[in-house]
Design a protein around this ligand. Sequence first.
Ligand SMILES: Nc1nc2c(ncn2[C@@H]2O[C@H](COP(=O)(O)OP(=O)(O)OP(=O)(O)O)[C@@H](O)[C@H]2O)c(=O)[nH]1
Ligand SMILES: [Mg+2]
Length: 249
Amino acid sequence: MLPPVKKDRIITQLPQCFSPNAALHTKDGFHPQVKAACQVQKTGTVSFNIAKVIVVGDVAVGKTCLISRFRKGAFEKNYKATIGVDFEMERFEVLGVPFSLQLWDTAGQERFKCIASTYYRGAQAIIVVFDLSSVNSLAHARQWLEDAMKENDPSSVLLFLVGTKKDLSSPDQLAHVEQEAIRLSEEIKAEYWAVSAYGVRDFFFRVASLTFEANVLSELEKTGSRNFGDIISDTENNHKPIKRSSNCC
Ligand SMILES: Nc1nc2c(ncn2[C@@H]2O[C@H](COP(=O)(O)OP(=O)(O)OP(=O)(O)O)[C@@H](O)[C@H]2O)c(=O)[nH]1
Ligand SMILES: [Mg+2]
């Protein structure tokens, strides 16, 4: 039997996006259907209590630090390249329902790309990481996304574009790169975040909340409780449609 979820992994409210200009949606709470389903404990089955998340991006942009900072609260200064792929599981409780993120941390080094890409399939969220102090790493983000999308269903996967090493950028540099990153996020329908390895909790809470919400809505659709298409294009409620075509990049 699993131990209870840690107190600091309990999510009772939808965390806000980083930038309303580049968000998957800007509603200030979980979808009413999701809240209702959780209340009546329709969500107690296992099929959507877990989400696979893959983390991709150039070498040394900070993918491993992003995850380890959240999981262990530690920041590793010395660079240790990921070999192939690493796997971590993080448990949450969202609206009273146990929920886990399977975090797949892939290697950025070219020579491991082939191995790492075999783990891309079946992702519910893709986190494309770039270094805010390296414009090149942002330019490569599109290619990472394209590769990861080949193995996934573009109409349902949630995308996050995350700039790391915020602490290393000057305000001017940051403003310039962020403008580009937000433009790209809008284009590929990703949610944009800028973080440093010193503070990543809000970001992972948002990933957990949005994947949870998407899983529950998808399950409700499967069971015929409502039409999923109505939810994601509900612009009246500030939902931005997340449906995208397979040639989005
Ligand atoms: N200052 C600063 N350094 C960071 C930050 N995040 C990562 N680093 C440093 O960047 C280097 C690379 O970090 P990793 O997390 O190992 O990079 P990675 O993307 O996992 O690299 P690969 O596994 O080779 O693809 C390390 O030396 C980290 O200490 C950050 O937010 N701020
Ligand atoms: Mg790594």
